[in-house]
Design a protein around this ligand. Structure first.
Ligand code: SF4
Ligand code: SF4
Length: 688
């Protein structure tokens, strides 16, 4: 009975302190913005895949399996911990023993897990203390962050040792007293074999000491967590549950901007579908923590500081200031700093600091290529890129602060409908000498071929557009283009933070596309592919959009393209994955299937498919000076390609084409190694 009372007191103190500590974080949620989440079926599924089965961690098999084993082991051990709590509260002895063989299996699994986890924790500690793993370092990783991680690992190690100790003493005591052993303990059985002749009372005492040590360390650990980065232990699974269900490339729509744009485009329009803002008008984008939505803040609490995002960030890899891990750590730190003031004085509280400015600099934000490698890599599905975009939105729309190159792009898009200073009337010059049908001719074709600004104006990519048209004409595809009725999709403006301009472009294009009752769109530009496919539906632009790599794959599979390709026989081709085709939309196979149809040999870069490094052009980078760093991203990626020993770098994106071509020039390799779009490879192979 005394044990029960002491245990009850310990449990109550634990719960009390834990609730008090956790509430400190949770009361700040009321200062964040609402963001609805639905589709709970899909959410459960994503939680099973990412959280339970560790889908993302296991993308890197060895270290992934090590982490996954610790996680799965914890789940198994949790059963025994729950039993200990119930036994402690109700004075029972092994309350779940009635489960019979199931009990034996779970307890055995827990015993093995404790041993495996203990070994893995030693390995993790060794890595952290003695191996210079780059992702554990960085300016944002202060001494306290590193100590925090090592401390938590040490506690977990103690928990596993006390669990094994408890099991071993239990077995020895049963053996010594003739008591029936409940459960199965494969590892502890082996350990027990090393001990003999210990008196029963000492064995019982040893069992009790380990029992109490184990459970009390669990309680201590639980109460340290809210004060350390390891709070993610509680936050990561729910964070996966609330994570983005949209394709990675989709950027959240800003309804408040939609209202403004609709007003600008049609002052008489009715806005019944756009809810009025309640209370004070909100800022566009994110400057400080009260501009965050609740998911942004939740993300910051779930961040494990593992640094996986930073380790794949092209900006960080090339020595720029940006670290997506720091973005999340700063968000958490700023809420911790400002939260108490907000609670005390309400939203009007101002301490003279802000998330953007005091914690995060503009230089960091403008280094981002919006490649989403960080989002792809994060084991708990945090969306760092969307927060970076929201801060860019603030800079551009509230402060009119953007790098010079991007300001030029904005005014070019506004005035000419393209990021470059070309007349909209020149949009069809690329087609000179080719037979290209126009939508305005009134034929209601099966496909609209979306040329895109780069396809129409970039000198190198105009050649690709022409080659693709030759393929369409050869196949007698029923298609047409918008010609001078097409205007920039707005993708560059959106990723650069100019949501207003993006939405204006989107609405103008959609009006024209819907006017022609377009159903199917083909495009060579993965950025426009992503925007038209995933983002135009927010403005009633609903089309079936395919990328030219997918179209070519389909035609090859249907046997409609007779590819000879003797020009490429024996050549080594490597494919660079465009971020907005691959990571953003999960299309890795289509371009590779096209290459497989050639008589060449295809080689992969070390970083390929979902691990592919960005070419460095996305997020508006192509139009601005690179931020300070040790290297340009396009050079890092060109080196990836050169390391394969390839003869040809194949791409499927106008921006990647520019970057890879520049990279080859910079490396003086443009004579030896060629850069082709997959459409060119097909058309050359067919002698078109
Ligand atoms: S989107 Fe790409 S460049 Fe931007 S923070 Fe993430 S990994 Fe870095
Ligand atoms: S954001 Fe995700 S990947 Fe980056 S440090 Fe945090 S948990 Fe790790």
């Amino acid at each position: 009975m005394i044990k029960q009372i002491i245990f009850l007191i310990v449990v109550l103190i634990t719960l009390g302190v834990f609730t008090y500590s956790s509430l400190k974080y949770f009361k700040y949620f009321k200062f964040t913005k609402k963001k609805p989440i639905g589709d709970f079926g899909k959410r459960i599924w994503i939680t099973i895949k990412v959280a339970l089965f560790q889908e993302k961690i296991l993308r890197r098999p060895i270290i992934g399996l090590m982490h996954a084993l610790v996680w799965w082991g914890f789940i198994l051990i949790l059963f025994g911990s729950l039993e200990m709590i119930l036994d402690g509260l109700f004075g029972t002895e092994r309350v779940f023993v009635f489960l019979g063989p199931v009990y034996d299996i779970i307890i055995a699994a827990g015993d093995i897990s404790a041993f495996v986890i203990a070994l893995l924790i030693l390995a993790f500690l060794f890595r952290r203390l003695f191996m210079h793993i780059k992702r554990f370092y960085g300016p944002e990783m202060k001494k306290v962050s590193k100590m925090d991680a090592n401390f938590a690992l040490t506690i977990i190690f103690i928990l596993m040792i006390t669990l094994l100790g408890m099991n071993t003493y239990y077995l020895l005591w049963c053996d010594s007293t003739g008591e029936v052993v409940h459960g199965s303990y494969p590892i502890s059985n082996i350990i027990a074999g090393f001990f003999d002749g210990i008196p029963a009372e000492q064995l019982w005492m040893g069992y009790q000491i380990n029992w109490w040590a184990h459970i009390v360390w669990i309680f201590i650990f639980a109460n340290i967590l809210p004060y350390s980065k390891h709070f993610h232990v509680f936050m990561s699974v729910p964070n996966v549950f609330i994570s983005n269900l949209t394709p990675v490339g989709y950027a959240d729509n800003m309804a408040e901007i939609t209202k403004e744009v609709k007003l600008m485009m049609d002052p008489d329009a009715a806005f019944a579908d756009v809810p009025e803002e309640e209370g004070d008008p909100t800022r566009f984008g994110v400057k400080d923590v009260e501009d965050l939505n609740w998911i942004n803040y939740f993300n910051s609490l779930a961040c494990t500081e593992c640094g996986r995002c930073t380790s794949v960030c092209p900006a960080n890899i090339t020595g720029k200031l940006l670290s997506p891990r720091k973005i999340m750590m700063d968000t958490r730190a700023r809420m911790k700093q400002k939260g108490p003031g907000l609670v005390k004085e309400g939203r009007s509280f101002d301490d003279g600091n802000s998330l953007l400015g005091t914690f995060i600099t503009e230089e960091e934000l403008w280094a981002c290529t919006q490649c989403n490698a960080c989002v792809q890599e994060c084991p708990v599905n945090i969306n760092q890129a969307s927060l970076i975009l929201d801060m860019r939105r603030y800079l551009v729309m509230e402060e009119s602060k953007a790098p010079t190159g991007l300001n030029t792009v904005f005014s070019n898009i506004e005035n000419n409908g393209a990021p470059w200073q070309f007349s909209p009337e020149d949009r069809m010059l690329w087609a000179e000498g080719l037979d290209v049908p126009l939508m305005a001719d009134g034929s209601a074709p099966e496909y609209l071929f979306w040329v895109g600004s780069a396809g129409a104006f970039d000198d190198r990519y105009k050649k690709v557009t022409r080659e693709f048209i030759k393929i369409l004409n050869h196949l007698k595809v029923n298609y047409a283009v918008l010609g001078i009725e097409e205007t920039d999709s707005g993708d560059v403006a959106r990723r650069s933070g100019n949501e207003m301009l993006f939405q204006m472009q989107a609405m103008m294009n959609i009006e024209i596309l819907n006017g022609y009752e377009v159903k199917n769109i083909i495009t060579c530009d993965p950025h426009d592919f992503n925007t038209l496919k995933n983002e135009y539906p927010d403005f009633d632009g609903n089309y079936k959009v395919i990328h030219h790599s997918q179209f070519l794959q389909q035609q090859i599979a249907a046997g409609k393209l007779s590819i000879d390709g003797k020009e490429f026989a024996g050549k080594k081709i490597t494919f660079h994955d465009p971020c907005y085709l691959g990571r953003a939309n999960g299309e890795y196979n289509a371009p590779r299937s096209v290459l497989d149809a050639l008589p060449s040999s295809n080689v992969e870069m070390a970083r390929n498919k979902s691990f592919a490094l960005c070419c460095g052009a996305g997020g508006g980078q192509m139009f601005k000076e690179a931020e300070k760093g040790v290297k340009e991203v396009f050079l890092e990626r060109t080196e990836d390609a050169l390391n394969t020993g390839c003869d040809i770098i194949a791409t499927a994106c106008p921006f990647c084409m520019v970057m890879m071509t520049d990279g080859l020039k910079y490396k003086n390799k443009e004579e030896e190694i060629k850069n082709y779009d997959i459409a060119e490879l097909v058309s050359i192979s067919m002698g078109l």
